[in-house]
Design a protein around this ligand. Structure first.
Ligand code: HEM
Length: 207
Protein backbone atom coordinates (compact mmCIF):
# COMPACT_ATOMS: atom_id res chain seq x y z
CA UNK A 1 0.00 0.00 0.00
CA UNK A 2 1.38 3.41 -0.91
CA UNK A 3 1.73 6.28 1.57
CA UNK A 4 -1.06 8.37 0.07
CA UNK A 5 -3.67 5.58 0.33
CA UNK A 6 -2.57 4.84 3.89
CA UNK A 7 -2.96 8.50 4.93
CA UNK A 8 -6.42 8.63 3.29
CA UNK A 9 -7.51 5.43 5.08
CA UNK A 10 -6.17 6.71 8.40
CA UNK A 11 -8.03 10.00 7.96
CA UNK A 12 -11.26 8.10 7.18
CA UNK A 13 -10.76 5.90 10.26
CA UNK A 14 -10.29 9.00 12.46
CA UNK A 15 -13.47 10.52 11.02
CA UNK A 16 -15.46 7.28 11.48
CA UNK A 17 -14.22 6.80 15.05
CA UNK A 18 -14.81 10.41 16.07
CA UNK A 19 -18.25 10.73 14.47
CA UNK A 20 -20.25 9.18 17.38
CA UNK A 21 -18.51 11.63 19.73
CA UNK A 22 -19.12 14.57 17.37
CA UNK A 23 -22.78 13.57 17.10
CA UNK A 24 -23.10 13.46 20.90
CA UNK A 25 -21.54 16.93 21.20
CA UNK A 26 -23.89 18.23 18.48
CA UNK A 27 -26.94 16.69 20.21
CA UNK A 28 -25.84 18.11 23.57
CA UNK A 29 -25.40 21.62 22.11
CA UNK A 30 -28.73 21.50 20.27
CA UNK A 31 -30.53 19.86 23.19
CA UNK A 32 -31.54 16.84 21.15
CA UNK A 33 -30.12 14.02 23.28
CA UNK A 34 -33.64 12.71 23.84
CA UNK A 35 -35.78 12.28 26.96
CA UNK A 36 -32.88 10.79 28.97
CA UNK A 37 -29.65 12.56 27.90
CA UNK A 38 -27.49 10.79 30.51
CA UNK A 39 -28.60 7.40 29.25
CA UNK A 40 -28.06 8.42 25.60
CA UNK A 41 -24.47 9.44 26.37
CA UNK A 42 -23.80 6.28 28.44
CA UNK A 43 -25.31 3.92 25.87
CA UNK A 44 -23.58 5.56 22.88
CA UNK A 45 -20.15 5.68 24.51
CA UNK A 46 -20.46 2.14 25.97
CA UNK A 47 -21.56 0.66 22.67
CA UNK A 48 -18.82 2.39 20.67
CA UNK A 49 -16.15 1.41 23.19
CA UNK A 50 -17.10 -2.25 22.78
CA UNK A 51 -17.53 -1.99 19.01
CA UNK A 52 -14.08 -0.45 18.50
CA UNK A 53 -12.50 -2.97 20.86
CA UNK A 54 -13.99 -5.84 18.88
CA UNK A 55 -13.00 -4.24 15.56
CA UNK A 56 -9.42 -3.99 16.82
CA UNK A 57 -9.56 -7.74 17.52
CA UNK A 58 -10.53 -8.42 13.90
CA UNK A 59 -7.19 -7.14 12.58
CA UNK A 60 -5.02 -10.16 13.45
CA UNK A 61 -7.40 -12.80 12.00
CA UNK A 62 -7.75 -10.71 8.82
CA UNK A 63 -3.97 -10.52 8.49
CA UNK A 64 -3.73 -14.26 9.00
CA UNK A 65 -6.32 -14.77 6.26
CA UNK A 66 -4.25 -12.93 3.68
CA UNK A 67 -0.69 -11.56 3.73
CA UNK A 68 -1.97 -8.79 1.45
CA UNK A 69 -3.87 -7.39 4.45
CA UNK A 70 -0.76 -7.00 6.61
CA UNK A 71 -1.05 -3.18 6.41
CA UNK A 72 -4.13 -3.43 8.66
CA UNK A 73 -1.79 -3.67 11.67
CA UNK A 74 -1.34 0.11 11.42
CA UNK A 75 -4.99 0.50 12.46
CA UNK A 76 -5.05 -1.80 15.48
CA UNK A 77 -3.55 0.67 17.95
CA UNK A 78 -5.80 3.46 16.65
CA UNK A 79 -8.96 1.39 17.15
CA UNK A 80 -7.80 0.21 20.58
CA UNK A 81 -7.12 3.75 21.73
CA UNK A 82 -10.48 4.95 20.47
CA UNK A 83 -12.10 2.08 22.41
CA UNK A 84 -10.33 3.36 25.51
CA UNK A 85 -11.36 6.94 24.71
CA UNK A 86 -15.06 5.98 24.55
CA UNK A 87 -14.78 3.72 27.61
CA UNK A 88 -13.28 6.64 29.57
CA UNK A 89 -16.09 9.02 28.59
CA UNK A 90 -18.53 6.20 29.44
CA UNK A 91 -17.05 5.82 32.93
CA UNK A 92 -16.87 9.60 33.41
CA UNK A 93 -20.56 9.86 32.44
CA UNK A 94 -21.43 7.26 35.06
CA UNK A 95 -19.38 8.95 37.81
CA UNK A 96 -20.47 12.52 36.98
CA UNK A 97 -24.04 12.18 35.71
CA UNK A 98 -25.36 9.00 37.33
CA UNK A 99 -23.56 9.24 40.69
CA UNK A 100 -23.06 12.99 40.94
CA UNK A 101 -19.51 12.14 42.11
CA UNK A 102 -20.93 10.33 45.14
CA UNK A 103 -18.24 7.67 45.54
CA UNK A 104 -20.12 5.91 48.35
CA UNK A 105 -22.74 4.87 45.75
CA UNK A 106 -19.91 3.70 43.52
CA UNK A 107 -18.60 1.53 46.37
CA UNK A 108 -22.04 -0.09 46.72
CA UNK A 109 -22.45 -0.50 42.94
CA UNK A 110 -19.03 -2.06 42.49
CA UNK A 111 -19.80 -4.72 45.08
CA UNK A 112 -23.52 -5.29 44.55
CA UNK A 113 -24.46 -4.69 40.89
CA UNK A 114 -23.02 -7.44 38.74
CA UNK A 115 -23.16 -5.47 35.47
CA UNK A 116 -21.14 -2.64 37.05
CA UNK A 117 -18.58 -5.19 38.32
CA UNK A 118 -18.20 -6.59 34.77
CA UNK A 119 -17.90 -3.06 33.28
CA UNK A 120 -15.33 -2.11 35.89
CA UNK A 121 -13.34 -5.29 35.14
CA UNK A 122 -13.39 -4.46 31.42
CA UNK A 123 -12.19 -0.91 32.06
CA UNK A 124 -9.49 -2.02 34.51
CA UNK A 125 -8.14 -4.43 31.90
CA UNK A 126 -8.06 -1.69 29.27
CA UNK A 127 -5.98 0.72 31.38
CA UNK A 128 -2.61 -1.13 31.17
CA UNK A 129 -3.19 -1.72 27.46
CA UNK A 130 -3.73 1.98 26.76
CA UNK A 131 -0.81 2.90 29.02
CA UNK A 132 1.56 0.61 27.11
CA UNK A 133 0.36 1.46 23.61
CA UNK A 134 3.30 3.72 22.76
CA UNK A 135 6.32 2.62 20.72
CA UNK A 136 8.46 3.57 23.74
CA UNK A 137 6.49 1.13 25.96
CA UNK A 138 6.81 -1.68 23.40
CA UNK A 139 10.59 -1.14 23.31
CA UNK A 140 10.81 -0.91 27.10
CA UNK A 141 8.74 -4.06 27.75
CA UNK A 142 10.18 -6.07 24.87
CA UNK A 143 8.03 -7.65 22.15
CA UNK A 144 7.35 -10.91 23.99
CA UNK A 145 6.23 -9.36 27.29
CA UNK A 146 4.25 -6.68 25.46
CA UNK A 147 2.42 -9.33 23.41
CA UNK A 148 1.66 -11.34 26.53
CA UNK A 149 0.29 -8.27 28.32
CA UNK A 150 -1.82 -7.31 25.32
CA UNK A 151 -3.58 -10.67 25.37
CA UNK A 152 -5.63 -8.99 28.13
CA UNK A 153 -7.59 -7.34 25.35
CA UNK A 154 -9.55 -10.59 24.85
CA UNK A 155 -10.57 -10.67 28.52
CA UNK A 156 -11.52 -6.99 28.35
CA UNK A 157 -13.79 -7.68 25.37
CA UNK A 158 -15.36 -10.72 27.10
CA UNK A 159 -16.03 -8.65 30.26
CA UNK A 160 -17.48 -5.89 28.02
CA UNK A 161 -19.87 -8.39 26.41
CA UNK A 162 -20.92 -9.80 29.81
CA UNK A 163 -21.47 -6.22 31.03
CA UNK A 164 -23.64 -5.56 27.96
CA UNK A 165 -25.80 -8.71 28.48
CA UNK A 166 -26.25 -8.00 32.20
CA UNK A 167 -27.19 -4.42 31.45
CA UNK A 168 -30.06 -5.11 29.02
CA UNK A 169 -33.51 -6.21 30.14
CA UNK A 170 -34.22 -9.99 30.06
CA UNK A 171 -35.26 -11.04 26.57
CA UNK A 172 -33.52 -8.12 24.82
CA UNK A 173 -31.11 -9.51 22.26
CA UNK A 174 -29.25 -6.37 21.19
CA UNK A 175 -25.85 -7.67 22.44
CA UNK A 176 -26.15 -10.74 20.17
CA UNK A 177 -24.43 -9.28 17.07
CA UNK A 178 -21.32 -8.19 18.96
CA UNK A 179 -21.31 -11.46 20.93
CA UNK A 180 -21.33 -13.60 17.77
CA UNK A 181 -18.65 -11.38 16.19
CA UNK A 182 -16.43 -11.74 19.25
CA UNK A 183 -17.01 -15.48 19.39
CA UNK A 184 -16.03 -15.89 15.71
CA UNK A 185 -12.92 -13.74 16.22
CA UNK A 186 -11.83 -15.65 19.31
CA UNK A 187 -12.20 -18.91 17.40
CA UNK A 188 -10.65 -17.63 14.17
CA UNK A 189 -7.32 -16.72 15.68
CA UNK A 190 -6.19 -20.19 16.91
CA UNK A 191 -7.74 -21.91 13.88
CA UNK A 192 -5.96 -19.63 11.37
CA UNK A 193 -2.69 -19.85 13.31
CA UNK A 194 -2.94 -23.66 13.22
CA UNK A 195 -3.61 -23.64 9.45
CA UNK A 196 -0.61 -21.32 8.92
CA UNK A 197 1.69 -23.48 10.99
CA UNK A 198 0.56 -26.62 9.18
CA UNK A 199 1.18 -24.97 5.81
CA UNK A 200 4.62 -23.81 6.93
CA UNK A 201 5.47 -27.34 8.19
CA UNK A 202 4.37 -28.89 4.86
CA UNK A 203 6.51 -26.44 2.87
CA UNK A 204 9.46 -27.05 5.23
CA UNK A 205 9.18 -30.85 4.98
CA UNK A 206 9.11 -30.64 1.15
CA UNK A 207 12.35 -28.61 0.96
C1 HEM B 1 -16.50 1.09 35.58
C2 HEM B 1 -16.78 0.91 34.32
C3 HEM B 1 -18.17 0.99 33.72
C4 HEM B 1 -19.33 1.44 34.26
C5 HEM B 1 -19.56 2.00 35.64
C6 HEM B 1 -20.36 1.30 33.26
C7 HEM B 1 -21.68 1.68 33.40
C8 HEM B 1 -22.68 1.51 32.47
C9 HEM B 1 -24.04 1.90 32.64
C10 HEM B 1 -24.61 2.59 33.88
C11 HEM B 1 -24.71 1.53 31.51
C12 HEM B 1 -26.23 1.66 31.26
C13 HEM B 1 -26.60 2.98 30.73
C14 HEM B 1 -28.11 3.13 30.70
O1 HEM B 1 -28.85 2.14 30.61
O2 HEM B 1 -28.56 4.28 30.77
C15 HEM B 1 -23.76 0.89 30.63
C16 HEM B 1 -24.05 0.37 29.40
C17 HEM B 1 -23.11 -0.18 28.55
N1 HEM B 1 -21.75 -0.25 28.74
FE1 HEM B 1 -20.78 0.25 30.44
N2 HEM B 1 -19.79 0.76 32.14
C18 HEM B 1 -18.44 0.56 32.39
C19 HEM B 1 -17.49 0.07 31.51
C20 HEM B 1 -17.74 -0.32 30.22
C21 HEM B 1 -16.75 -0.74 29.29
C22 HEM B 1 -15.25 -0.79 29.55
C23 HEM B 1 -17.41 -1.07 28.13
C24 HEM B 1 -16.88 -1.57 26.82
C25 HEM B 1 -15.76 -2.21 26.67
C26 HEM B 1 -18.83 -0.84 28.36
C27 HEM B 1 -19.82 -1.09 27.44
C28 HEM B 1 -21.16 -0.85 27.66
C29 HEM B 1 -22.20 -1.21 26.70
C30 HEM B 1 -21.97 -1.91 25.36
C31 HEM B 1 -23.41 -0.77 27.25
C32 HEM B 1 -24.79 -0.94 26.63
C33 HEM B 1 -24.95 -0.05 25.41
C34 HEM B 1 -26.28 -0.26 24.73
O3 HEM B 1 -27.22 -0.80 25.33
O4 HEM B 1 -26.36 0.14 23.55
N3 HEM B 1 -18.99 -0.37 29.64
N4 HEM B 1 -22.53 0.89 31.24
Amino acid sequence: MNRKTLITLKTLTWIACLSPFALLVYQAVTNTLGPDPTSTIALTTGYNALLMLILSLAITPLRLLSPRLSWLIKFRRLLGLFAFFYASIHLATYVALYLNFDMSVFKTDITKRRFIIAGFAAYTLLVPLAATSTTWAIRKLGGKRWNRLHKLVYFAAICGIIHYWWQVKPGVLSPMNLTITLFVLLLARPVLTWIHERKARTVYSRT
